[in-house]
Design a protein around this ligand. Sequence first.
Ligand SMILES: C[S@@+](CC[C@H](N)C(=O)[O-])C[C@H]1O[C@@H](n2cnc3c(N)ncnc32)[C@H](O)[C@@H]1O
Length: 239
Amino acid sequence: MTPREAFLTVHAGIPRQGPGTPEDVLWALERLGISGEVSVCDAGCGPGADCLTLATALPEARIEGVEALPHLAEEARARLSHLPHVRIRQKDMEALSGPYDLIWCAGALYFLGVTEGLRRWCDALAPGGAVAFSEPVLLPGEVPQIVRDFWAEYPAITDLDGIVARIEAAGYAVVDHRLIVGAGWEAYYTPMKAHIAALRAQDPGPDLIAALDAAAHEIAQWEAAPDHIAYALMLVRPA
Ligand SMILES: C[S@@+](CC[C@H](N)C(=O)[O-])C[C@H]1O[C@@H](n2cnc3c(N)ncnc32)[C@H](O)[C@@H]1O
């Protein structure tokens, strides 16, 4: 097993691949007034947790999940196969065609860059359409070292003002935002902890042990500072 395969093994077979809860999705739909026969894309949908929430909340909508990694697209497909108004596509979210009333993007826009991704998606939005995305954020006040260590592999992280500046640079305006702290991270890390324990029990090889240790270290860092490690969920529209 290569280090890349080991990383993917640790990050497979769990309900979600980043922090968030169904309440975050429902809050965004309510704040943006998204309901009825709308068209929604979950960009970078991973195993489809938020697709499921979107599809349940919007039974008359067309929901499209877009995911680059084949095994995650397959997990999402299997999970949502009972919902005829959901379609999962394995493709690059950089090239969305739309038109969508909402592009939901949990923890994935940073792969494109906030400004770059929003610029690309502008043409994929229907008139009045919106983007909801979550992005790592530094909370106000002095940033503890453990938080800096946690985000060491994401040097582009800023505070909320920095995210707003990247949004405005793309020609969008902020409708509203909320922080994802605590429960959303538990929803991500609790199943991952169980998955790590199950893989450790299967006599893993050295590459898998290294990937398991790295994931366990990340969780331990979060557990040491759960009130300081946050994503911002941003609701934005072209200005
Ligand atoms: C942190 S995970 C979040 C997954 C999911 N939104 C969730 O919350 O469970 C980011 C996801 O974005 C996907 N991704 C990254 N770049 C992508 C791209 N260019 N096109 C499609 N998916 C992409 C990754 O494969 C991964 O599944």
